[in-house]
Write a protein that binds this ligand. Structure first.
Ligand code: NDP
Ligand code: GDR
Length: 345
């Protein structure tokens, strides 16, 4: 019998990669998408899995308890991966209520559906390093105290604790993956790495003058999404449910990622000025290629994230392999190709 999995949020970066991984392992996958006026399947199209006979695309909204019950009843999965969320931190400040409903309550709906339908189903919750927020220790591990700094982080913390609570109360095999930032050519363009690689490709092709960013001093621990979805799967194959940090244990500023992306395109940048007056100048031509726009600053910032993935290494055998330089170049090259072909997602 083939294993069956539900992946919520298949139209997102991680949902697409995870579906690809599970299909390659022989699973039947129920991937959920939201009904909108124009559904966007570009990621699963890029991965070439849209027509896979073992992939079933199911209309679903996380905020609807009935929809969760129907999904779990009809798909009858062995494993559920809850990747759907309002996942953009910046937007969560403008839409705190919607973020709480989707990102927080949505996870509870799925846990309830599992408890009521079949408590043997294994559950993965997409938790996040944003729960550490104003960090209480460096590096951050599973037992580091949380201090979220955005409505998104607070909503995710609710879902994280609900997963642990259902594990302890109902013996549900619920795992919480505390994943640090992970990127790829399939990353949404509103997130900073992809915004940068897409803009650098456009600048290279003469389609854009300069890149505008917010806080370039923020530090993040960035890894490659394809390796992180494998970690999600490994968590649900373990003997015991647990919470796991997935991270690279290396942190860099946004500014450093900007430098790297321009370097991949053959530029050398020099940064001048401070904070909102900071600019990035092309050493060869003297042109300003990067400037700050206060519009992209957040009401409260997470300054520094760096994760310690020791538990995942020890208990799951999971380790990151791709360096940030390799990841940045891979993303830039994909964006250069897309922009040269006039495709832009
Ligand atoms: P994306 O933003 O790319 O994808 C989010 C998915 O959730 C999309 O498919 C989106 O659908 C779907 N979704 C949003 N609202 C609803 C809803 N109400 N009902 C059903 N589906 C909905 O996120 P990522 O792939 O980057 O991340 C996957 C998960 O991991 C998210 O939960 C995120 O918060 C979390 N995470 C991500 C990290 C990262 O660095 N990428 C790090 C740590 C955690 P639509 O396309 O219709 O908008
Ligand atoms: P993050 O990712 O908030 O860490 O959440 P994002 O790429 O949006 O921001 C990273 C850092 O870059 C700074 N920044 C900018 N960010 C964006 N988006 N746009 C800009 O122009 C810009 N300029 C500077 C931000 O202030 C921030 O410090 C991501 C999401 O995937 C979450 O869902 C996930 O939980 C976390 O990663 C781990």
């Amino acid at each position: 019998m083939k294993k069956r999995a539900v992946v919520t949020g298949i139209t997102g970066q991680d949902g697409a990669y995870l579906a690809e991984l599970l299909l390659s392992k022989g699973y039947v996958v129920y991937g959920t998408y939201r009904r909108t006026s124009s559904v966007n399947f570009w990621r699963i199209e890029e991965l070439g899995i849209q027509e896979d006979p073992n992939l079933h695309l199911v209309e679903y909204d996380l905020t609807d308890l009935g929809s969760s019950l129907t999904l779990i009843k009809e798909a009858a999965p062995d494993e559920v991966y809850n990747l759907a969320a309002q996942s953009f931190v910046g937007v969560s400040f403008n839409q705190p209520d919607a973020t709480a409903q989707i990102t927080g309550m949505g996870a509870l709906h799925l846990l309830e559906a599992i408890r009521l339908t079949n408590p043997k189903i294994r559950f993965y919750q997409a938790s996040t390093s944003e729960m550490f927020g104003k960090v209480q220790a460096i590096p951050q591990a599973e037992d580091t105290p949380f201090y979220p700094r955005s409505p998104y982080g607070v909503a995710k913390l609710f879902a994280h604790w609900m997963t642990i609570n259902y594990r302890e109360s109902y013996d549900i095999f619920g795992c919480s993956g505390i994943l640090f930032n992970h990127e790829s050519p399939l990353r949404g363009r509103e997130f900073v790495t992809r915004k940068i690689t897409d803009a650098v490709a456009k600048i290279k092709l003469g389609k854009l003058e300069a890149l505008e960013l917010g806080n370039m001093s923020a530090k993040r621990d960035w890894g490659y999404a394809r390796e992180y979805v494998e970690g999600m799967w490994m968590m649900l194959q373990a003997d015991e449910p647990d919470s796991f940090v997935l991270a690279t244990n290396r942190t860099e500023t946004v500014r450093r990622f900007v430098e790297m992306a321009f370097k991949a395109a053959g530029y050398e940048l020099r940064f001048e000025g401070e904070e909102q007056d900071e600019v990035g100048i092309d050493v060869k031509t003297g042109k300003t290629l990067v400037r700050v726009n206060p519009r992209f600053y957040r009401p409260a910032e997470v300054d520094l994230l760096i994760g310690n993935p020791a538990r995942a290494k020890e208990k799951l055998g999971w380790e990151p392999k791709t360096t940030l330089e390799q990841l940045c170049t891979m993303m830039y090259e994909a964006d250069l190709r897309r922009n040269a072909q006039g495709r832009s997602f």
